[in-house]
Design a protein around this ligand. Structure first.
Ligand code: NI
Ligand code: MN
Length: 227
């Protein structure tokens, strides 16, 4: 399948059967490679409620008819605004037309803005995505956690998409340790250099992760790889 990086933590997976958009933060993203009214999707996976992930999910879902796949309360939130939704819970997996999605543990927070008030909504998650014979782990926003070792023990991870921006999530050194625990063959860093608070050198991650035998592709927004 093709994986295109659209900036921040947003990716578009083009599988044999469906287009799967992950964490579509395009409007207001200074590094976005496309716009919310141009991107196409059949499914939209949303890891948590923060604006830099939930972002344009509802607008894109309503325009395209795509299904929003998200942790339970966040799916209800999207559904209340008119999106077609598929709610899931952490640890749960489900077969979709393009492949299987399992929600994974993420150590972070999750909230939405409701008229200037910050409301907690659903626990944040990551995604284990199995499609076209490949396994991709999208970590979401998370700290380094021992749960990653369990994921690596039980899955053959072809590609890990990991936050490296520090401050809100793992930094580059912790993300390299995640690569080791996941036994990931290949990794793409995300969630860095979008804003000043998360400015880091992806070269630090690449150097450390490649010491664990993992190939690292540092993608610019708009660039894609075949998985
Ligand atoms: Ni977040
Ligand atoms: Mn974030």
């Amino acid at each position: 399948m093709n994986l295109r990086f659209l900036g921040h933590s947003c990716f578009l997976l083009t599988t044999a059967k469906s287009k799967v958009l992950v964490d579509p933060f395009l409007t207001g993203n200074p590094k976005a490679a496309t716009t919310a009214d141009q991107v196409s999707a059949d499914f939209i996976l949303v890891s948590h409620g923060h604006g830099d992930h939930y972002g344009d999910a509802v607008a894109i879902a309503k325009r395209t008819g795509a299904t929003v796949v998200a942790p339970y309360e966040l799916a209800l939130h999207a559904g209340a605004q008119g999106a077609k939704v598929h709610p899931m819970g952490c640890g749960g997996g489900k077969d979709f037309p393009f492949g299987r999605v399992q929600l994974t543990i993420a150590h972070h927070s999750s909230s939405v803005d409701e008229g200037g008030k910050t409301i907690s909504v659903a626990a944040p998650v990551g995604f284990l995505i199995q499609a076209d014979g490949k396994t991709i782990y999208f970590a979401g926003d998370t700290a380094l956690t021992m749960d990653m070792e369990l994921l690596g023990r039980r899955n053959r991870i072809d590609l890990a998409l990991l936050p490296i921006g520090d401050n809100f999530t793992m930094g580059p050194v912790d993300a390299a340790e995640a690569v080791r625990m996941l036994k990931a063959k290949r990794a793409v860093p995300m969630h860095y250099n979008t804003f000043e608070l998360i400015e880091v050198d992806p070269g630090i991650f690449k150097k450390e992760a490649e010491q664990h035998g993992c190939k690292v592709d540092v993608l610019k927004p708009g660039e894609s790889i075949e998985v």
